[in-house]
Design a protein around this ligand. Sequence first.
Ligand SMILES: Cc1ncc(C[n+]2csc(CCOP(=O)(O)OP(=O)(O)O)c2C)c(N)n1
Ligand SMILES: [Mg+2]
Length: 596
Amino acid sequence: MGKDMDIPAHAVVKGRQRMTPSEAFVETLVAQGVRDVFGIVGSAYMDALDLFPAAGIRFIPTVHEQGSAHMADGYYRVTGRHGVCIGQNGPGITNFVTAIAAAYWAHSAVVAITPETGSMSIGLGGFQETDQLPIFSKITKYQAHVNNGARMAELTARAFDRAILEMGPTQLNIPRDYFYGELECEIPAPIRIERGPGGGASLDAAAEALASAKFPVIIAGGGVIAAGGVDACVALAEALDAPVCNSYLHNDSFPASHRLWCGPLGYHGSKAAMKVLSKADVVLALGSRLGPFGVLPQYGFDYWPANAKLVQVDADPKVLGLVKKTAVTVNGDAREAAQALVARLKGRTLAGAAGKAERLGVVKAEKEAWAKEVAAWDHEKDDWSLEVAKGSQYMHPRMMLRELARAMPDDAMVSTDIGNICQVANSYLKFDRPRSMFGAMMFGNCGYAFPTMIGCKVGAPDRTAIAYVGDGAWGMSFGEILTCVREKIPVTAVVFNNQQWGAEKKNHVDFYSNRFLGVNLENPSFAGIAKAMGAEGIVVDKVSNAGDAFRAACKAQKEGRTTVVEMMCTRELGDPFRRDALKKPHRMLEKYRTLT
Ligand SMILES: Cc1ncc(C[n+]2csc(CCOP(=O)(O)OP(=O)(O)O)c2C)c(N)n1
Ligand SMILES: [Mg+2]
């Protein structure tokens, strides 16, 4: 790690003072606890950037602004502190868009600082001009527009406060000429609220529903992690002897080694979790919006217990009752609410107590059955997969994923991209500590995992940073290897090279009679490219080498080196993403008639 990682945060100027807007801006960042900012240099904010080192803020230059914003996302998700990105007005800012949309659906408090065309030329079609507010209006929780340089500190502080208060990205839009001049202001102190457990009556009703449950099941969502509420969730689960499922892509919301843990729901999740949930008469969704994508039928099994009473707890009132009908809705912090429920349940007679042994027996049996199934599931068994894997000298993805899981360091942070092998990985990723899994969440963009993990590593430099990425998505994101090398931010990228955009190809197989179009990839040596970029590269084509290669790469990371582990995989494909959203082709015109 470069020695400038440990820049001490300087004190904020106190009281009302004359200063420049750039100074007011930077001092407000300091007041908000900002230590790291990701971006690409640009003249639009150079006057403020010049102050960063003296303010104790590290500027981390990236290869692409999309990477900067993903890094800010990862940084927030691992630290709970704002992720911050900045870029040049116009193209630098439009490059943020995909990553800010991803942060929106990950509920990440990212502040996108967007310097804009100067106020005196807005609308004249000058250089690097676009209207930057409408572009982000649907993917931010709040947009601050500095309409006068004198308001720099006030509006900067508000953008930072709102990101935390509203649990999502905000935008701070600054016409570039407003960095210059003079103003008199006081740097606002950050506004941080204590989140409560929710209303007393709704908590009483929730406790009542749980106390009368014969088979209560908890779904622990991302809100549990964000609230620092895993211990509280464990205490509640233990008080009720209620099995716990992780919500989709939040495999780190409840410790996998706990007896009540059942595993993740959603794509390639745990059949044990789904089977147990299907038996529930009361479901407590704790810190989960129950996104529709995360509760779709899996393995041909519609596991959602339609007749169960649903108790939903979430800090964001807008997600309550949105997707599933609730019997009790609590607008509260997941940790506080869990603690309040434990207090309310203390000493009460629980209807579920009588069936406890049987319930725990079901949990144990289902977990064992699923573990056995996964252990024996070496490869995909559909006709197409069998055909393409036949005679291949490469690895079956499942066998490789199993080896990776076995070699996974205890302190791992793992990000997963969008792709077939990354989704299958959901069956293998288990964590005992929160802030360990960083899925691409519901925006679902390929290219998420690697830059996000770079941000995680900056936020938690002592932990092992691992990105799981398909070869197609890798093509979108490997440029950021340069950021790892230049900025000495070591990360281990595990690239699943199956020579295809597999997740989409699976749709060709299932719905389009194998009419492959734009899905086969001819790849260069990704390990070779990594070496040319100053990182290390290893090619693995045998399962027996996968664990050792991965361990070596994680060890190299501890010594400061970034490694790309290029996993050569067969072209077999696991269950698809969107079976729910595709239809068999229907053609009416003669010229297309055969395309069914
Ligand atoms: C930015 C973006 N473009 C396109 C898609 C559509 N898409 C979803 S999965 C996928 C294929 C991913 O291929 P790869 O990264 O090689 O992983 P694999 O499925 O082969 O394991 C594509 C193109 C997307 N999700 N995001
Ligand atoms: Mg691929």
